[in-house]
Design a protein around this ligand. Structure first.
Ligand code: ADP
Ligand code: MG
Length: 347
């Protein structure tokens, strides 16, 4: 049988790692991205550079692929929807529409009776004053934030004027959680009640950017069970196909909250490339290309460290130990705090 071809919209490191996983199981890839310097260009079989609203290029892309997915949740909904009408995009773009917006994402969780931080929609400074009970809190743009971008910490109303916030976009204000730990749970759903779920991963953030992830997470049995149960509930209710991730907070009183949902493969799951027989990327490719679902098993405990900015230079050309695995995203430019690569250590 001819190799199937998977189209990936978006060309960042997640696209690269998806393309690598696809290659391993004999699936060709075509990356479609609006950045001519996409890192995924180095890893995919074919690369199409195009604006996301260019209908002619969308046509070209759709014609050369058998299956379509995306690697980045902030791809314009219109693009995903246009493509979806020609050939199904998995996971379904309507899922993205819910999750792209922090307010509708939180409302969705509330409807499922899943605990999240307290939050309110904020359109003006007055709305913040009106919701003083949420301070100290984090003000987050409803859309387009990642790695802590578009977030402001507000301790007191008095601080507000110093922050110079422009209310030309909508925000949510979220009560600050007294964090004990952050964890994430990754699941790949193949169909109704058919999924492979990974054990919770413990995450350490610095300046709102993920720095380290490890398994096993040092958390109670109860938190392991509850976080997995909620993740499955979310995936089932979204009728999700492919790999997704749920980020959780555990506070100092041991309460569990869902922080956010990522409708895609996730940075905390990079360690699954080395720790498991099947990585989050391979499982995603299997699910969206309708390939066989295989039992996913842990082989090793592991820790992953993100290499931000110049830290990448400490690993380029370095001789590694047998249990260390280095991934260079081959980004053209080193920028401070930019995710440039990662290293995973297995034990
Ligand atoms: P992003 O989309 O940028 O990942 P998140 O909402 O996940 O945004 O926030 C990034 C990080 O900031 C979280 O992983 C956590 O460390 C911190 N953070 C976010 N919201 C809260 C909160 N309500 N209370 C405490 N810490 C928070
Ligand atoms: Mg996050």
């Amino acid at each position: 049988m001819a190799k199937p071809t998977l189209g990936i919209i978006g060309g960042g490191q997640l696209g690269s790692l998806l393309a690598e996983a696809a290659k391993k199981i004999e699936v060709n890839t075509v990356v479609f991205s609006d950045d001519p310097n996409s890192p995924a260009k180095n890893f995919t079989d074919k690369f199409i550079y195009s604006k996301y609203n260019d209908l002619e290029n969308i046509d070209k892309f759709e014609k050369v692929v058998d299956f379509i997915t995306f690697e980045f949740e902030n791809i314009p909904f219109e693009t995903l929807n246009t493509i979806n009408q020609k050939k199904p995009v998995l996971p379904n773009p309507k899922i993205n529409k819910i999750i792209q917006n922090r307010y509708s994402e939180k409302n969705f969780l509330k409807k499922l009776n899943i605990k999240t931080t307290n939050y309110e929609l904020i359109k003006s400074e007055k709305d913040i004053e009106f919701n003083k009970k949420l301070l100290p809190g984090l003000l987050k743009t409803c859309t387009l934030g990642y790695d802590g971008k578009g977030q402001y910490k507000i301790n007191k109303i008095d601080n507000l004027s110093n922050l110079n916030i422009k209310f030309n976009v909508k925000f949510i204000l979220e009560k600050l959680i007294n964090l004990k730990k952050e964890i994430s749970v990754i699941v790949t759903r193949f169909g109704k009640n058919k999924y492979e779920i990974y054990e919770p991963i413990e995450n350490l953030h610095e300046h709102q950017i993920l720095k380290k992830s490890k398994i096993p997470a040092d958390i109670s049995k109860e938190h392991i069970e509850k976080s997995k149960k909620w993740t499955i509930k979310i995936a089932e209710n979204l009728d999700y196909i492919g790999t997704m991730c749920v980020e959780f907070f555990i506070d100092k009183k041991d309460e569990l909250y869902v922080n956010e949902i990522a409708p895609r493969v996730h940075n905390s799951g990079h360690l699954t490339i080395n720790s498991h027989n099947i990585s989050q990327f391979e499982n995603h490719v299997r699910a969206v290309c309708k390939l066989e679902q295989k039992k996913t098993k842990k082989l090793y405990n592991a820790e992953m460290i993100n290499l931000l900015g110049n830290e990448i230079n400490n690993y380029r050309g370095k001789i590694l130990k047998k249990n260390q695995f280095f991934y260079d995203y081959l980004k053209k430019e080193i920028k401070e705090k930019r995710k440039m690569g990662h290293v995973t250590i297995i034990e």
